[in-house]
Design a protein around this ligand. Structure first.
Ligand SMILES: [Zn+2]
Length: 242
């Protein structure tokens, strides 16, 4: 492993493991450009100085579809940067990672599968987070494209006994409005920010959203080789969390 800082968090570890299992080198688009080993953004657009530092009590458990951890556009990475207790597992239909099962059974955590309620049996669906005394919420996020996530949800029997946390349409539209988001789809880090909000951690939620916005800007500017304005509104919003 030549990436010096590659194992600093769960998604970075998963990425390194997944790359090691590749029979041929994974070629991300634009991969000839050199990337920062820590934040995996193209050198010159590095995000490392912009990682927010916030306290978090909730935990995140990312179930990542095959190459998700390796994609430069993956936003699960950002969650692991912000939420200290983030774990990440590569999803498999046939094999169950014993560490994942142990995490789900750990009484310190109160797990929720985060997924649209219309896909689950109604008795499993909840829209609020109510954590029992002495436990911390653990949000299980399916980090994948939408068709992949639906498949993961259907074919993970070890999740079937857990409540399904579904975002209410009002909450979703309020969130979209606040973020001036036009498209329907939320990325994984936006879903995680909503979970933090529901868990009563609005400051961490805002930090994650502000970090995502800076990431998107760095990522797109790198792709188009555009200069960055580190004093613009997007960066300003993140500064309070640095
Ligand atoms: Zn970096």
């Amino acid at each position: 492993m030549s990436d010096l800082f590659a194992e600093h968090h769960a998604v970075a570890r998963l990425r390194a493991e997944r790359l090691a299992r590749c029979t041929k080198p994974f070629a991300a688009r634009g991969s000839r450009a050199e990337r920062c080993p820590r934040c995996r953004v193209i050198a010159g657009y590095c995000l490392c100085a912009w990682r927010p530092r916030v306290e978090t009590r909730a935990g995140m458990c990312l179930l990542m579809y095959d190459l998700e951890a390796v994609k430069p556009s993956n936003t699960g990475w950002l969650i692991a940067d912000v939420v200290r207790d983030t774990s990440a597992f590569c999803w498999s239909r046939t094999e169950q990672d014993p560490n994942l099962l142990a995490l789900l059974a750990d009484p310190a955590w109160q797990p929720y599968v985060v997924f649209p309620g219309e896909y689950a049996a109604p008795e499993r669906v909840v829209s609020e987070v109510r954590v029992e005394a002495g436990r911390r919420p653990l949000f299980i996020l399916l980090d994948a494209t939408w068709p992949e996530a639906r498949k993961m949800f259907r074919k993970s029997p070890y999740l079937n006994h857990l409540p399904v946390l579904s975002m209410s349409p009002e909450r979703l539209s309020r969130y979209r409005l606040r973020r001036s988001k036009r498209d329907e789809h939320l990325c994984t880090s936006e879903v995680a920010a909503l979970c933090l909000e529901l868990a009563g951690e609005p400051r961490a939620a805002r930090a994650l959203d502000a970090y995502l916005d800076v990431f998107v800007q760095h990522y797109l500017s790198a792709k188009r080789r555009l200069p960055l304005d580190l004093e613009d509104e997007t960066h300003q919003r993140l500064r309070e969390f640095l």
